[in-house]
Design a protein. Structure first.
Length: 230
């Protein structure tokens, strides 16, 4: 959230670039969460149908959030309210993703791999600094309150702590698959909402190269920070 004061002075092209970075961040997070969910799903017993569980989690979450978003638009909220809702949805999506990641940290400590757990914590901190940029991007034109910013920060980051507790005390592969799939569906849906916002703005002032550069930069940032975790 500390990015906000410095980024409020950006022009239209820079804001478009930042929104595209956010889309890239979320697309990468969704792909990463899906991959992790599928890896764990393959270790589940055949009766659980892990791959099917991943598919259900992603599709159901995507469609549920899409329905909620359409309802928010339907009740006539202003553009500022819609942007705040989008930022909140980004925080929720990242929070769900981080809940699944927190399970990995807790599981590492529970089996005595303290060094691995510590390394994962450091990596997630670096990655979450980048993810915070994605949360505030939609509200750069507005003036959200400190309480709203703090709330979104907690929603995006606190689930990692809860996940670490759950993973450390009673790690469940089925639960990990479910949370990762739900997180993937959430971030894919929010990336879709951002893409619609970018398309709307680009219709007035086309910036194809800026959008391309932003999306690839966002994905590249998480790829680089992900090297600290893998």
């Amino acid at each position: 959230m500390l990015w906000l004061p410095a980024l409020r002075r950006l022009g239209a092209r820079a804001l478009m670039f930042l929104m595209a970075i956010t889309a890239g961040l979320l697309i990468y997070l969704g792909i990463d969460a899906t991959n992790e969910a599928l890896e764990i799903a393959r270790e589940l017993g055949g009766a659980f149908q892990g791959v099917g569980l991943v598919g259900i989690g992603i599709v159901a979450t995507f469609m549920l959030l899409d329905a909620i978003t359409r309802r928010q638009v339907g009740v006539g909220r202003g553009e500022a309210g819609q942007r705040l809702t989008l930022a909140l949805m980004i925080a929720i999506g990242i929070g769900l993703h981080n809940l699944g990641e927190g399970l990995a940290i807790g599981a590492a400590y529970s089996v005595g791999a303290a060094a691995l757990g510590t390394f994962l914590v450091i990596g997630f901190i670096v990655q979450n600094i980048t993810e915070g940029l994605g949360i505030i991007a939609p509200v750069l034109r507005d003036r959200p309150s400190l309480q709203q910013l703090a709330g979104m920060g907690l929603i995006g980051g606190a689930p990692a702590i809860a996940g670490a507790w759950i993973g450390g005390l009673a790690f469940s592969q089925t639960l990990a698959v479910a949370f990762l799939a739900i997180g993937a569906g959430a971030v894919f849906e929010v990336a879709y909402e951002i893409a619609k916002m970018i398309h709307k703005d680009a219709a007035k002032n086309p910036m194809p190269v800026t959008i391309f550069a932003g999306v690839t930069t966002g994905m590249g940032l998480l790829y680089v920070t992900g090297l600290l975790i893998k």
